[in-house]
Structures are given as C-alpha cells and as structure tokens.
Write a protein of this length. Structure first.
Length: 438
C-alpha cells in the first residue's frame, strides 16, 4: 500500500498541471456583460392583443404603427367590427396559422381591413379568414393601397370577396372558396400565383389591367373562372365547370398553356389583339376558344364543345390547331384571316351542323388544312378568298365554296391499288396550289 501513494500523488499533480495551463484565471478588464438574449431579440415582432393593438368602435384590434405583428390565437368576430384594422404603412401581419372567424349578422365588416387612404407595403400571411360579413382580407382601402402582399391565406365563406387588393400587389399560395363576391379580386399591375378559387358566387379570380395570373385553378364558380382586364397574362391555369366562361380576358392579353373544361359559357374568350397558345378547351357549353379582332390562336385543341371549336373575327390567325367533334363548325372566321395547318375532324357532331372550316366573309387565306368527317369539309360563303393545298375527305359534302373564290380541287383517288414499290396514278395536277379530295 505504501508504494501506491506516490503514484496517486503523481496523477493528481499531472491533472493539476493540465488544468493550470487551460487559460488565464484573470478576468477581463471592465464589467462582465450578460450573454442572454432579451425577449425583444428572441421575438422582435409585436403580438396582436388588447394591450399592444387595442381596437376601437369598428375594430377588435387596430394596427396604427409600422412593424411586424403576429397572432397568438384564434379571433372570433363581433357584430359591427372588423377583426383587425390596419391604418399604417409598412405592416406585416402574420396570422401564424390561426383562424379569424366572423359571426352571423355581423354586418359588412372584414376579417382584415386596410381603412386609410393610399397605404403601401402591407403583407398578410399564413392563416384562415372566414365567415365575415364583408371581405375576408381587404387591402383595397378607401383609396388604393399599393405594394401589398397576401400569402398563404385561406379565405372562406365571406359575404364579399375572399381576398381583395388594389394596385401592384402580390397574392400567392392562397385559397378562396364559398365567398359571395369573387374568390380573389385584385387591382392594376398585380400578380396572382399558385392560388385556387372554387365555389365563389362571383368570378373565381378577377383582375384589373396589366396583371399576371399563373399556376392557378378556378372551379365551380358561379361567374367566370378567370376574368382579366387589358394587357394581362394568364398561364398554366385551369378552369373547370364554372357557370360562365372558363377564362375571359379583355384586349391585348396572352393566354398560354391553360385548360378550360366543362364550363357553361365559352372555354376561353378574349378581346382584340390577344394571343392564345398551347391551350385546350373541351366539353364547354359555348365555343371552345372565342376571339375577336387581330388575335392569334396556335397549337391549341378544341373538342366536344357545344358551339364552335374556334371562332374568330377580322384579321385573325389560327394555326396548327386540332378541332374535333364540336357541335357546330370546327373553325369559323369572318374576313382577312389566315387559317393554316389545322386538323379538323368530325365537326357538326351529333345533332349539330358544322364544317371543318367555315369562312363567312372575304379576304381569307385557307391553307394546308386537313378536314374530315364533318357535314362540310370547307365552307366559304362569300367570293374573294384564297383556298390552297387543303385536303378534304369523308365529309358529307367535302367542298361548299361559292363562285368567285381562288380554288382548284383535284380528286386524288387512285384508279388502282398500290402494292410493292409501284402502282396507282398521279393525283391529277402538279399545280402547287391544288386542293385535294380523296
């Protein structure tokens, strides 16, 4: 036992030496500062409550200063008051996943409402707003509020619009259903993206001029699925079973990569100077795609519509489209149009009466189309059109073209079968402008 004691002392000394060299024991000069974070540093935002955001005669809570605010629980409405009123610029309101619920007979009051003239930089995000007597979220203000953002909000069963903004605002990742007005209604120069609007009494999504709507769906709305002003872009959207048109735009708009299915009105309907491309319009009770002056429709599909497949007015181009089994005409145009490279199959479907292509006026160029299985392949009502390089076959009447048009038709049916490497006869004309029947 006496031999173990020096060893034990040696280890203790070794550990003591190691600890001695771990760092200086002298404290730094000056007072020792705390290292913990304050409550403001942990949560720099302001909670919505009676102390921080007291309401007034027409609001439960009122935000009167710029800043970032958040809910700490659900809010139940009170008759005659907005849920949260905003009267300051530069406010972010995080609903924090909570619910703002109105009550019966509360009057025309909003869940969230901006009520002062010309507010800007308002954001409302991440929660649900339902059953209010006015709008769910109304950032329109008395006069336009601009540069607003609504994100991640569910607006349901409100007596006005579900979400309403004024100019230069962004609405994204929102859902609006069962509202008495429009599901989403925005002003000039706004962007609406990744939203859904369904079963609203008005339009699903309505916009003013120069707006962009993308990656949205509108279903079962009592108005139009989408309804836009002038100079708008609608892309990658779907409109299903709306009581009016699937997609309705005004002048100078672009509609691309959209689907309109089973709407009571037209599938897609535009004003003048619009472009519709890579869209499908199917099983609508009106016309599949309906345009007016100076429009272009390309690479689209229109089928099983109760009206025409594609209907255009003066100075339009319809190119590389497929129109099939529409009750009336596959493609119908008035004057000064170019109808080129389209496939028209079995139009005049069922009890209907229609042509593959039907020109009702003058100065049209009808070129390189394939028309089969309709009541009439190509039908031209007036003199003064140029009809070239089309093919019509299997229609009840392949050609119904009045006198005075530029047209050459050749029967291209071979006199004998073709087997192996040779046989048959030439189509009958080497004229490059000939139309063919077989």
């Amino acid at each position: 036992m006496s031999r173990m004691k020096p060893a034990t002392v040696f280890v203790g000394l070794a550990l003591s030496s190691a600890f001695a060299f771990g760092g200086p024991l002298t404290p730094p000069v000056g007072p020792v500062a705390p290292t913990h974070k304050t409550l403001t540093e942990v949560e720099p935002r302001t909670p919505i409550n009676a102390t921080n955001t007291p309401g007034d005669a027409d609001s439960l809570f009122k935000i009167t200063l710029p800043g970032s605010y958040y809910l700490t629980g659900n809010i139940t409405g009170v008759v005659g008051r907005h849920g949260i009123e905003i009267t300051a610029h530069s406010v972010t309101l995080d609903l924090n996943g909570f619910d703002l619920a109105g009550v019966p007979a509360m009057g025309a009051f909003d869940g969230v409402s901006a009520t002062v003239n010309n507010l800007s930089n308002i954001a409302v995000v991440n929660g649900s707003v339902r059953n209010w007597g006015g709008e769910g979220v109304d950032l329109g203000g008395i006069l336009p509020a601009i540069n607003c953002r609504v994100e991640g909000v569910l607006a349901r069963n409100n007596a006005g619009h579900g979400i309403s903004t004024s100019s230069y605002c962004t609405v994204s990742n929102c859902s609006a259903d069962g509202n008495t007005g429009n599901g989403i209604d925005v002003g000039l120069g706004c962007t609406v993206s990744n939203c859904s609007a369904f079963s609203n009494t008005g339009d699903g999504i309505g916009t003013s001029h120069s707006c962009t709507v993308s990656n949205c769906s509108a279903t079962f709305n009592s108005g139009n699925g989408f309804n836009t002003g002038n100079g708008c872009t609608v892309s990658n959207c779907s409109a299903y079973q709306n009581t009016s048109n699937g997609i309705l735009t005004s002048h100078g708009c672009t509609v691309s990569n959209c689907s309109a299915y089973n709407n009571t009105g037209n599938g897609i309907s535009t004003g003048s100077g619009c472009t519709v491309s890579n869209c499908s319009a199917t099983n609508n009770s009106g016309t599949g795609i309906n345009t007016v002056f100076g429009c272009t429709v390309s690479n689209c599909s229109a089928q099983f519509n109760t009206g025409h497949g594609i209907n255009t007015s003066t100075g339009c181009t319809v190119a590389d489209c497929t129109v099939r089994s529409n009750t009336l005409d596959g493609i119908r145009c008035t004057n000064a149009c170019v109808i080129r490279g389209n496939t028209c199959v079995t139009n005049g479907n069922g009890a209907g009466d229609g042509a593959g292509i039907h020109a009702t006026s003058v100065d049209n160029r009808i070129e390189g189309n394939n028309c089969t299985g309709a009541d009439r392949g190509i039908d031209v009502d007036f003199a003064g059109n140029f009809i070239t390089r089309n093919i019509c076959s299997g229609n009840t009447n392949n050609w119904d073209v009045v006198a005075g048009n530029v047209i050459l038709v050749v029967n291209a049916t071979t006199a004998a079968a073709v087997t192996g490497n040779a046989g048959g006869v030439a189509p009958g004309s080497t004229d490059p402008n000939a139309n063919f029947t077989y």
